[in-house]
Design a protein around this ligand. Structure first.
Ligand SMILES: N[C@@H](Cc1c[nH]cn1)C(=O)NCC(=O)O
Length: 445
């Protein structure tokens, strides 16, 4: 199944996703210009991002249902068309309302893209390649963030607002044309999943949600995706610069390091998941524990944290991106192909809901501490951030509880079906023997 054609289809799909990430992150780069163009305060500007993320999260389940019904090609093309329209609208917008309309269109187009690209994988590839390619899809997509941080920012500063957003829009036009020309839902002669009658769509959604594997995927995505998203999309920069006292250049360097770590870890995690499908949730819990330990170390450090500790924190937060992709692997392995898009949509909501809730709560706590006088007039004081960022432990605890509950349900089902999960110690011993065997040592006794 994995011929040249499959690589072309996946390559174009990933390009479309990378362009979606560029459009998603382009507005963040243009914050200062946006303040001037729309004569808006910081909180009005944050509405642009919140609305965009709300549209994105709100559309995940409808998009999942649509991708099962109409196939990924139409949705990836539709996503590119919406983002093209959104960025052109933003290029011309001169009022806050017109700008928010543009960002909403971008959020909607973005929502259509990622789960549709993931939906191409089981149609064009097989076996252990799928978790690895799932990781690569996420990784290559993140390069879109670099495209908005460097070339988009250059065009914005050199040629101005409208030229920059029209240039960004042209990337979506290219993605649209390439998708229509190269992407097919499945190989020629491949079996098309029988589309469900419309009235069964609700049943399929309920069945996807009732499957504990889907909910395990959703809680996985919820638990390990949000700390990195909150850091990169909203609070990381003000925290590093205003509270920890690092320079803007160092803060930018740490943000770039974040992308690099996610890129380096993804393939390794994909192949690990392919080899240990029964230990995926353990890996997720380890990642969550490491992220919580990283934040605890930084927040409890007396005074500003040393740079090495901030570097370690950023590395741990970055691992959450590839870690959250394990959630999609749960959706794929526990659902039949006909409702895979729906299940993927449910999973993808998790991390974005947790991110929105955390971003909002951190802002509220900072505001309350400032208006009570605790912050001494500095909204972004280190001690205020220590308290506000601790909100994330509570959000994460909810996710960990969800993971433990759903994985317990799955394990009980496996035991009832007569194939209980072997203890972790036995699995690790088997893995050691396998490695010894690979190195030419004595094989299993
Ligand atoms: N977890 C992210 C993608 C990712 C992969 N590696 C680092 N980040 C995710 O869920 N993405 C959904 C999307 O639409 O981007």
């Amino acid at each position: 199944m994995n011929g040249t054609r499959a690589w072309i289809v996946w390559g174009v799909g990933v390009f479309a996703y990378m362009v979606a990430v560029t459009q998603r992150t382009s507005f963040g780069v243009a914050g200062i210009e946006a303040t001037e163009r729309f004569s808006a305060t910081a909180s009005v500007l944050s509405v642009f991002t919140v609305v965009q993320l709300l549209v994105y999260a709100g559309l995940q389940i409808p998009v999942g249902v649509l991708v099962d019904r109409f196939g990924p090609r139409l949705l990836i093309a539709g996503g590119a068309a919406l983002m093209l329209a959104g960025q052109l609208q933003l290029a011309a917008a001169e009022s806050v309302g017109a700008g928010i309309l543009g960002r909403s269109l971008v959020g909607a187009g973005d929502a259509l893209t990622f789960i549709s690209v993931l939906r191409l994988l089981p149609a064009w590839f097989s076996g252990r390649k799928i978790p690895v390619l799932t990781q690569y899809t996420g990784i290559v997509g993140q390069l879109g963030q670099i495209a908005s941080a460097i070339p988009f920012a250059y065009v914005l500063h050199r040629f101005g607002w409208s030229t920059a957003f029209v240039s960004a829009a042209s990337l979506s036009l290219l993605a649209l044309v390439l998708t229509l020309a190269c992407v097919r839902n499945r190989p020629a002669g491949g079996e098309a999943p029988v589309p469900l009658p419309l009235r069964q769509t609700g049943t399929s959604l309920a069945e996807a949600f009732a499957q504990p594997g889907t909910r395990l995927g959703m809680w996985t995505h919820y638990t390990v995706q949000f700390p990195g998203t909150v850091f990169v999309m909203m609070w990381g920069f003000p925290y590093l610069v205003s509270a920890e006292g690092v320079s803007s250049a160092v803060a930018s360097g740490l943000m770039t390091f974040f992308v690099v770590v996610a890129i380096v870890c993804g393939p390794w995690m994909g192949s690990w998941v392919g080899r240990h499908p029964l230990r995926r949730s353990t890996m997720v819990l380890l990642i969550a524990g490491a992220m919580a330990a990283g934040w605890a170390a930084v927040l409890l450090y007396p005074g500003p944290a040393p740079l090495w500790l901030l570097v370690l924190l950023v590395a741990l937060l970055a691992i959450g991106g590839p870690g959250s992709m394990i959630g999609f692997d749960f959706a794929r392995t526990y659902n039949p192909s006909a409702r895979l898009g729906t299940a993927t949509g449910i999973v993808n909501i998790g991390g974005f809901i947790a991110s929105l809730v955390s971003m909002y709560l951190i802002g509220v706590v900072l505001d309350v501490l400032n208006s009570s006088g605790f912050s001494g007039g500095n909204l972004y004081a280190l001690d205020s951030f220590r308290i506000a960022l601790s909100v994330q432990f509570a959000v994460m605890a909810v996710g960990v509880a969800g993971i433990l509950r759903t994985r317990g349900q799955i394990r009980r089902r496996l035991a009832d079906e007569g194939s209980p999960l072997p203890p972790l110690r036995a699995a690790l011993a088997r893995e050691r023997q396998r490695r010894r065997g690979e190195r030419g040592g004595p094989g299993p006794q």
